[in-house]
Write a protein that binds this ligand. Structure first.
Ligand code: CTP
Ligand code: CA
Length: 225
């Protein structure tokens, strides 16, 4: 499919896409976060709209223009993202977790700014696990036939780790990016392999994030009942 002349093969479908990266607050001025820009998730939303889907985009700390025609929700933390995804997924045909979810959050939130103390080293930071939203959505499909798509960024043994992660998460498709050097973070382009729970393997050469998004929708459309 070329851009701008998309076939409306997702018409009548509701797709939910998370994008960006969660931020887990330590105190009113600090957080634990990650480097996800949200560009791949926004490209998925733009292409979904172009292919006729009712599109819900859940942006976690993104600073990108709202895609025309998508319903855009905003969240900050992993727990907020989990609630928003759970609600939106209730009547979704497809859920795509493109957001980078912080694996851990500070066990305690300081309501006042944490201050240095003269001559003292800082107290160790205690973290707790965040829920695995993708695994939860996959395990508790809100609808029969609902498709769930995950993303993974790997630095080593990309395919083996990807296969393992796909099984662990229980999703239908996993888009695996190789990261390192300047690859992926904040860039306009992406290179990936899309692994299917059915054993399929689709390589997407380095190129615009819209092209990868359209490959994901091609694979989704072929799997929707
Ligand atoms: N994900 C999620 N909830 C989490 C962590 C990850 O929903 N708490 C989703 C991401 O949105 C992504 C996929 O799971 O679609 C894979 O994320 P990744 O960080 O690669 O997986 P992890 O299970 O956290 O494994 P790792 O230890 O390699 O970070
Ligand atoms: Ca992780």
């Amino acid at each position: 499919l070329s851009r701008g002349s998309a076939v409306p093969d997702l018409a009548g479908r509701h797709v939910v896409i998370s994008a960006g990266g969660t931020r887990e607050p330590l105190d009113p001025v600090r957080y634990l976060g990650n480097r996800s820009s949200g560009k791949q998730g926004y490209a998925l939303a733009r292409t979904a709209v172009a292919r006729g889907a009712r599109t819900t985009l859940i942006g976690a700390n993104t600073a990108l223009p709202d895609p025309a025609g998508a319903d855009v929700l905003r969240v900050g933390t992993a727990l907020e993202l989990r609630e928003a995804v759970r609600k939106a997924a209730a009547d979704a045909d497809v859920v795509v977790m493109a957001a980078a979810v912080a694996d851990f959050r500070p066990a305690e939130y300081a309501t006042g700014k944490i201050k240095k103390k003269d001559g003292q080293e800082p107290a160790p930071l205690v973290l707790v696990r965040n829920p695995d939203i993708l695994a939860e959505v996959s395990a508790g499909r809100a609808r029969a036939g609902q498709l769930v798509v995950g993303f993974a960024a790997e630095t080593d043994d990309v395919l083996a780790n990807g296969r393992h992660k796909l099984r662990r998460k229980g999703c239908d498709l996993l888009v695996v990016n190789e990261v390192g050097e300047d690859k992926t973070f904040g860039s306009e382009e992406n290179e990936a392999v899309v692994l299917g729970a059915d054993g399929s393997e689709t390589a997407v050469p380095y190129g615009p994030k819209e092209v990868l998004a359209d490959v994901v929708w091609d694979l989704v459309a072929a799997r929707l009942g």
